[in-house]
Design a protein around this ligand. Structure first.
Ligand SMILES: [Zn+2]
Ligand SMILES: [Zn+2]
Length: 144
């Protein structure tokens, strides 16, 4: 039982489980771990793409917008106005709100596949890597 010494027992902000009064965090250890994992995801994305919008982070990392907003409320993320944004995907026209990407993740995947395919085709056509190209005159007189 938790003894109430005139103070309200501290509860996890997320799952409402009672936590140690002396805990450094407002979350129980399990929730804290989950939150940290999510935050690290956002953090590493922001390292690669500084100033990414919440919308973009959600789209790219799969972290829901309201969770990103929680970090803003907790003061772990700071919102800044964005001067330059690509509002929509240049390929499919879906909402993008990104200063970093011109295409949505789906289209980027598609484009990458197309690029890979083009590369493979290019490689195939250059199978004889160091071969010099000659215009063939008449019959093929290949010397062994
Ligand atoms: Zn919890
Ligand atoms: Zn798209």
């Amino acid at each position: 039982m938790v003894k109430n010494k005139g103070l309200l027992a501290r509860t996890c902000k997320k799952c409402k489980k009672i936590i140690d009064e002396k805990s450094l965090y407002d979350y129980c250890p399990e929730c804290f771990k989950k939150i940290e994992e999510v935050f690290e995801k956002i953090e590493s994305y922001l390292k690669e793409y500084p100033g990414a919008t919440a919308f973009e982070i959600e789209q790219e990392t799969g972290v829901p917008y309201h969770i990103i907003n929680n970090f803003v409320r907790d003061g772990r993320l700071i919102e800044m106005p964005n001067e330059y944004l690509n509002f929509e995907c240049k390929r499919c026209g879906c909402l993008l709100l990104s200063a970093h990407h011109k295409y949505c993740p789906t289209c980027r995947e598609e484009l990458e596949k197309e690029m890979e395919l083009a590369k493979i085709q290019l490689k195939q056509s250059m199978n004889h890597e160091n071969a010099k190209m000659h215009i063939r005159h008449g019959e093929n007189k290949r010397k062994k």
